[in-house]
Design a protein around this ligand. Structure first.
Ligand SMILES: C[S@@+](CC[C@H](N)C(=O)[O-])C[C@H]1O[C@@H](n2cnc3c(N)ncnc32)[C@H](O)[C@@H]1O
Length: 348
């Protein structure tokens, strides 16, 4: 007899995209995902998940805490229960374990900034058909951020949250050597990747290059971690920017999909030139090698609207890297696949 205790599998979330009855109701496939997104985003904006982070509340106390109507709070909470984001505990409402983990400051990673960003992306996606007709954006995300600086700060905060998720994978897989002293973080935005590498490897200093719109909070974040002496920020367009000499590790994390093939060819060649012998290039990307994957297909559609750029296949990276002179190219697919892949390459 098997006496080993296996923990219970987490309860599967209901798939609200599926019609619930026996009849085919085609509009549920559109209406329910819309309402699911609207409810989760509203909860994030109102601070509902955070309000329950310390424990369950009765609906009147929850409404009070959110300064919202009793009727509205009750309707929202009821729906969030049906889609697996809240649960009832007697007369009270509580976060499910997954909501607590992903959407509150008590969890491992708080993706609330991602909810705020999705609220910004929501009206953009309403205009997707125009991008499909044109074959690209009317205004790129980066141009929109110049006009509306808050957009850049909201995007960087979301990337910061994702960096909290990706950080442990990067630290585990990137072999920084004792002789590596200078790190260059291209498109480094929020700065959290540089901060984690500098905390883990005390011999490292870092330089972050990004567009001004992405860097509004970065110096403050670096100062909060007491690293202003070791991490510097340099606003600019990465392909024409002065990278201040030679480096030992270059991060090119989620940046290649924002550039055309010609721009990546040039960037990877410039990175090779800017690396010391024995230096390491670290790419994080969503590879176009899994055409049947719904997330990857959705991401390519997002890029069509936001930047007009695309994801690339692993062989494409290999060609860019080999042509630039890199060797020891290694691909690491992260788990889950939606977290993307790392590509490591060395300058001999
Ligand atoms: C998807 S975000 C990734 C941020 C960060 N590297 C990370 O992994 O969390 C892409 C970043 O590239 C920056 N970026 C895009 N085009 C750029 C360019 N031409 N020059 C400098 N930075 C650029 C954006 O501002 C943004 O911060």
């Amino acid at each position: 007899m098997n006496t080993r205790h296996t923990p219970p599998a987490p309860a599967a979330r209901p798939d609200v995209c599926q019609p619930t009855g026996s009849a085919e109701l085609a509009m549920l496939d559109v209406y329910m995902p819309m309402m699911k997104s609207a409810a989760i985003l509203s909860a994030g904006k109102l601070g509902l998940f955070e309000a329950l982070a310390d424990g369950p509340l009765a609906i009147a106390s929850l409404a009070d805490k959110l300064q919202s109507s009793l009727r509205g709070t009750a309707d929202l909470a009821d729906f969030l229960v049906t889609i697996g984001y809240l649960e009832r505990q007697g007369e009270q409402f509580a976060n499910t374990a997954s909501t607590q983990r992903w959407f509150t400051s008590a969890g491992r990673v708080d993706y609330t900034p991602g909810l705020r960003w999705t609220l910004e992306a929501w009206p953009m996606m309403g205009d997707l058909s125009a991008a499909v007709r044109r074959g690209g954006p009317q205004t790129t995300l980066w141009q929109a951020m110049e006009d509306r600086p808050q957009l850049g700060a909201t995007f960087s905060a979301y990337m910061d949250a994702f960096a909290g998720d990706l950080g442990p994978d990067l630290l585990a897989h990137v072999p920084v050597a004792p002789g590596h002293r200078r790190l260059l973080d291209l498109g480094g935005s929020h700065g959290m990747h540089s901060i984690r590498f500098c905390q883990r490897h005390p011999q490292l200093d870092a330089l972050i290059v990004d567009l001004p719109s992405a860097l509004s909070e970065t110096a403050t974040t670096i100062a909060r971690h007491d690293l202003s002496e070791r991490i510097h920020v340099s606003p600019g367009e990465l392909l024409v920017h002065d990278w201040h000499g030679q480096h030992d590790v270059v991060l090119y994390l989620s940046v290649a999909h924002n550039h055309t093939a010609d721009e990546n060819t040039l960037a990877i060649r410039q990175i090779h030139e800017a690396l010391n012998p024995g230096g390491l290039l670290v790419i994080h990307e969503y590879l176009a090698d899994t055409p049947g994957n719904a997330f990857m297909a959705a991401f390519r559609l997002t890029l069509l609207y936001e930047t007009g750029t695309q994801t690339y296949r692993h062989e494409q990276y290999q060609t860019w890297l080999e042509d630039a002179g890199f060797s020891g190219i290694r691909r690491i697919d992260l788990d889950p696949l939606e977290k993307g892949s790392l590509i490591l390459a060395r300058k001999a």
